[in-house]
Design a protein around this ligand. Structure first.
Ligand SMILES: [Fe+2]
Length: 397
């Protein structure tokens, strides 16, 4: 057993590359198992991929590391041994044994995952009978190895009885079986993760489709504010990102922004598009829209408290908002952000009862409410976005 490795790997045959097999098998668990087997049986063991990379190995023999791998001819023989063994392996094989031209014996068993032969489990660098010392002495002479040190290294090579060789083979076959099972588990885990990712993507798409339908439902009844919710969503997300909110909050902001005026579907269309001032009764009806939206959305499972964020988007920090008149921290962070974005978008856009007031007036308005009605961090982030970062709505109002 003498795989194609770098010199560093050859002299210290620990874990090498992992490749495809490493995706499915926890080599960190396999290494200690091979080590304890090699320590107790006195033979080298390894998992080697089909390209000859040592993925994990234990107890390399000095005869191989210090001699056979150092001379091109003996190295060629080692590689030939591995290649012959690997080439013999077939799906369904239990194990194979091969004695290399350098005089040592290796045994290997295939590791098959999902019908694919990915690697071999090896035990090797042993003898099945006491060594023919003359053969090895001639080998030392032929390849220029120091005879004394070479024979000393030879003396360390284990001679396995038939029973021990069978036990080693049995071990290697069952290890390969275990590695195959681990690989199958790894493969199943990977496939399950892929399925989960696909399901989440499908869910995300259906949430987006449902949100899109709700957005357009409101805009069909209130065409004067067409695009308002998209722009509030866009600005809210930008403010949230500037405040370094978590991705879950950003997702909630995006969705809540897109449907924050959903409750207006219960407000008569003539109130929504009335050019003049509203009567007290009309105001009361209009001010119900956050609570109406909450009742519609609360049973829907969004990624985050979207229904509550929508309910609170007209609340103000000093309690002057609606529908509940709550104050300070009781108002969701995301609702405070949408409140700021809502004011800015509404003032900078045209309305049936007035022309667009412009972004300058909108920013002055939110700054006037800083810390009394509106969240100071959200206001500052929003002003920074327009004044320093060059933020502009992607859709015209
Ligand atoms: Fe609103």
């Amino acid at each position: 057993m003498n795989p194609v490795t770098t010199d560093t790997e050859a002299t210290s045959p620990q874990s090498g590359g992992s490749g495809l097999l490493g995706r499915y098998i926890d080599l960190g668990r396999v290494g200690p198992l091979l080590q304890s087997f090699s320590d107790s049986a006195g033979v080298a063991s390894a998992v080697i991929d089909l390209d000859g990379h040592v993925l994990t190995a234990a107890r390399w023999q000095p005869l191989c590391v210090e001699f056979h791998r150092r001379h091109p001819e003996t190295l060629r023989r080692c590689i030939e041994s591995d290649t012959s063994l690997a080439a013999r392996m077939r799906v369904g094989d239990r194990a194979a044994v091969y004695t290399c031209l350098n005089g040592l014996t290796d045994a290997a068993a295939p590791i098959i995952v999902d019908g694919r032969h990915l690697a071999n489990a090896f035990v090797g660098q042993f003898l099945t009978a006491p060594p023919d010392v003359d053969f090895f002495a001639r080998q030392a002479e032929r390849f220029g190895f120091d005879r004394e040190s070479y024979l000393r290294a030879l003396a360390q090579v284990p001679v396995l009885s038939k029973e021990k060789a069978c036990a080693a083979l049995e071990f290697i076959a069952s290890s390969a079986g275990m590695l195959t099972d681990m690989g199958r588990e790894g493969l199943m885990k990977e496939q399950a993760e892929q399925r989960l990712r696909r399901t989440l993507e499908r869910l995300r798409k259906s949430v987006d489709a449902a949100v899109g339908a709700l957005t357009h439902t409101v805009e069909m009844r209130d065409p004067y504010t067409a695009g308002h919710q998209e722009r509030v969503s866009e600005l809210s997300v930008a403010i949230g990102r500037k405040l370094a909110l978590r991705s879950r909050s950003i997702t909630s902001l995006r969705i809540a922004g897109l449907i924050h005026d959903l409750g207006k579907i219960a407000v008569p269309a003539e109130i929504l598009s009335k050019p003049g001032a509203l009567t007290e009764h009309e105001w009361r009806l209009l001010r119900e829209h956050p609570e109406t939206a909450f009742r519609i959305l609360r049973e829907m499972r969004f990624p985050g408290p979207v229904a509550r964020i929508v309910r609170d988007h007209h609340e103000r920090l000093d309690g002057s908002g609606y529908p509940r008149g709550i104050t300070g921290e009781a108002v969701h962070v995301e609702s405070r952000i949408i409140a700021v974005a809502d004011v800015v978008e509404a003032m900078s856009s045209h309305r049936p009862y007035r022309p667009a007031l412009g972004i300058g007036a909108a920013l002055a308005e939110i700054q006037a409410g800083r810390d009394t009605t509106l969240d100071s961090q959200a206001v500052d982030a929003c002003v920074d976005l327009f004044r320093r970062d060059g933020f502009a709505f992607s859709q015209a109002s």
